[in-house]
Design a protein around this ligand. Structure first.
Ligand code: UDX
Ligand code: ADP
Length: 479
């Protein structure tokens, strides 16, 4: 049966489709994997000879691309041809929260998924297994199925075409995508056709132990993915809520996390208090659960999950307010160095990053932000903040107060401390733990503050320098 599967097409060359297909191609050299995308620029980047130009950064990805690209892994804009040749098609496109209409602000916008289903219905040939890879609201598979069936009928009921739809949600975490894909805790496959499930699970059997491949029905699979993300996000909101209480009571959130993490029922992972969760999935998936619960009249369930997102928003604003308060109640014209813009370390992704909301708050209050991130492109920061970069700022030797409410990007962290009133750590990039704070203290304007929202600075590390430290959830402030 495995021999049947020779050619895979993945629609969507993004953060999920790109790495997932790279690993499949790496582990299954006998299968041709074509990754297609309607965004030609993105495909060109995937094909760039300079591997630093790949559209996404993931540790370990470059090496796989080097091994497989041009061998059995291809990135192409020829969607029609790649769909036509495929025995199996993965749908891995964006499903952002709807901005308008019914369910706006909560439900997922499925227009890209629908467009894919229509493309598949039109261009595919013979028997094709369609696999939902993107995280989708429960019952999407049914919608895809009905599009495939009706579109097929409207095309004259071509009897040579037939489809099975499976759900195979991806649990990879950005920044460790390759490691997660190579050693998944589990692979989840939902569907009602045993033969199709077998064909898909045979791919994973090339490197995933049988016991880690869970097969279930399609709705449980779709709901399991939403639930996993909701549980993880809820853990972050729980520990962030406790961080605020720690600051008010003199406790330390790291100590609380250490103490509760040793309870095997709770576990020690995902208990790091930070600036609030970001990323493309958590908020979107919880809002999806909220929408679904409301739809079925389960308002208490909806309110429970909505509280997780509400707490996250509140927590981000709590941090900006606290920065303003510590900087003597005003940050107008003050220079603040922002360390990290990605939503977590080891990725260039900024979607829903806490840095966006915190930086927006600070700019609104008139701060002058110098923003550093080792992987995020300044154009992306402009897009996220909806304010163009003010490159003039880089030329000034002294602070120019007329530039309040603007920002520029930083390459050299060391020199950017000059005249800064504060530095704010928002992403846990490894290089920030190597900052020479003694040197920074000499360059900064005093009283100078360091705000560490990622616990990268040890409590006593700044003691001997003339710097005030605020750490997330630390009720025992240094000064
Ligand atoms: C998440 C899920 O982990 C993954 O299984 C799913 O497939 C997609 O969504 P991702 O968004 O890539 O993955 O990152 P994740 O590591 O889960 O972090 C999400 C956010 O929570 C980040 O902003 C991160 O900084 C924050 N976080 C995570 C914390 O603040 N503290 C923690 O202890 C862990
Ligand atoms: P994710 O994080 O889920 O991978 P991304 O936004 O990074 O999401 O990637 C989704 C990709 O899907 C984008 O590059 C987008 O251009 C592509 N895409 C969306 N709709 C279609 C479509 N109908 N055909 C081909 N590509 C599509």
């Amino acid at each position: 049966m495995y021999k049947l599967l020779k050619n895979i097409c993945c629609i969507g060359a993004g953060y999920v489709g790109g790495p997932t297909m790279s690993v499949i191609a790496d582990k299954c050299p006998n299968i041709i994997v074509n990754v297609v995308d309607s965004n030609k620029k993105r495909i060109d980047l995937w094909n760039s000879t300079d591997l630093n130009k790949l559209p996404i950064f993931e540790p370990g990805l470059e090496q796989i691309i080097k091994r497989c690209r041009g061998r059995n892994l291809h990135f192409s804009s020829n969607i029609r041809e790649c769909i036509a040749k495929a025995d199996m098609i993965f749908i891995s496109v964006n499903t952002p929260t709807k901005k308008k209409g019914i369910g706006a602000g909560k439900a997922s916008d499925l227009k890209w998924v629908e467009a894919c289903a229509r493309q598949v219905a039109e261009f595919s040939s013979g028997y094709t297994i369609v696999v939902e890879k993107s995280t989708l609201p429960v019952k999407t598979a049914e919608a895809i199925k009905s599009i495939l069936e009706t579109a097929q009928l409207s095309l004259g009921g071509d009897s040579k075409k037939s489809f099975d739809v499976l759900s195979n949600p991806e649990f990879l975490s950005e920044g460790s995508a390759i490691e997660d894909l190579e050693n998944p805790d589990r692979v989840l496959i939902g569907g009602d056709n045993k033969k199709a499930i077998k064909i898909l699970s045979n791919i994973y059997r090339n490197w995933v132990p049988e016991k880690n491949i869970i097969c279930t029905n399609i709705w449980s699979s779709e709901l399991a993915k939403l639930t996993a993300n909701a549980f993880l996000a809820q853990r972050i909101s729980s520990i962030n809520a406790i961080s605020a209480l720690c600051e008010s009571t003199g406790a330390d959130v790291r100590e609380v996390a250490r103490a509760i993490g040793t309870d095997s029922r709770i576990g020690s992972k995902f208990l790091d208090s930070g600036p609030g969760f970001g990323g493309s999935c958590f908020k979107k998936d919880i809002l999806n659960l909220v929408y679904l619960s409301n739809y079925f009249g389960l308002n208490e369930v909806a309110n429970f999950w909505e509280g997780v997102v509400h707490l996250n928003n509140w927590h981000q604003h709590r941090i900006s307010e606290l920065i303003i308060k510590k900087l003597l109640g005003t940050i107008t014209g003050k220079k603040i160095l922002i360390l990290g813009f990605a939503f977590k370390a080891n990725t260039n992704d900024t979607r829903e990053s806490a840095a966006i909301s915190i930086c927006r708050d600070l700019l609104e209050e008139g701060a002058i932000l110098f923003i550093h991130d080792p992987k995020v492109d300044p154009n992306q920061i402009s897009e996220d903040l909806k304010i163009k970069e003010n490159i003039e700022l880089k030329k000034y030797k002294e602070i120019n107060y007329s530039e309040e409410g603007s920002w520029c990007s930083v390459i050299n962290i060391k020199s950017s401390f000059k005249n800064a009133d504060a530095a704010v750590v928002l992403t846990e990039w490894e290089e920030y733990s190597r900052i020479d704070w003694g040197d920074a203290a000499i360059k900064m304007r005093h009283p100078a503050w360091v705000f560490d929202a990622r616990s990268i600075i040890e409590k006593d590390q700044l003691k001997s320098f003339d710097l005030n430290l605020w750490r997330i959830g630390d009720g025992s402030m240094v000064k």
